[in-house]
Design a protein. Structure first.
Length: 158
């Protein structure tokens, strides 16, 4: 979504801006031959945590982008809860990451592409904290295409 500022210049919404930052993280994952999912945590307009998938590099199936970004954010603030923060992630979180967001008490989750197979919304929407606000579909095409292209290239290699 585009906005017009007081000077008449086109600007983008904060959600689009921060999702582009999460997309940048996803491209770091892609460059490392990881599934290209990226995440950031924002508090009061400032990015306080970044992450991208590291499951291959760390040989750890829990090293999802969201987990990396949430851990970085709590390290930054020096506490374990993030009620005033927004998690931006390029793909709808899985059940594990949505469950983790419950324990971190994330105030808001904004995701790009929906995940019809493994997204938490398909399995159990009540897994997030009751106060967490959820917005999906931000830059959905860009976020989804990155993952689709990744898996398409993988299938062509075999």
């Amino acid at each position: 979504m585009r906005y017009i500022n007081f000077e008449g210049e086109a600007t983008i919404s904060p959600d689009d801006f921060f999702m582009n930052e999460a997309l940048r993280e996803a491209k770091f994952a892609l460059a490392a031959d990881e599934i290209p999912i990226g995440a950031i945590v924002v508090c009061k307009g400032q990015i306080i945590g970044r992450g991208h998938n590291l499951t291959q590099r760390l040989n750890d199936v829990s090293a999802h982008a969201e987990m990396q970004a949430l851990t970085a954010a709590t390290n930054y603030i020096g506490g374990k809860y993030l009620p005033d923060c927004t998690l931006y992630v390029t793909m709808e979180p899985c059940v594990m990451c949505a469950g983790a967001s419950y324990w971190f008490q994330v105030g808001r989750i904004v995701f790009g592409a929906y995940d019809a197979k493994l997204g938490f919304g398909r399995l159990n929407q009540k897994i997030t904290h009751p106060k967490t606000l959820i917005t999906g579909g931000i830059l959905e095409n860009e976020c989804g295409q990155l993952v689709k292209d990744f898996f398409k290239s993988r299938r062509q290699k075999t």
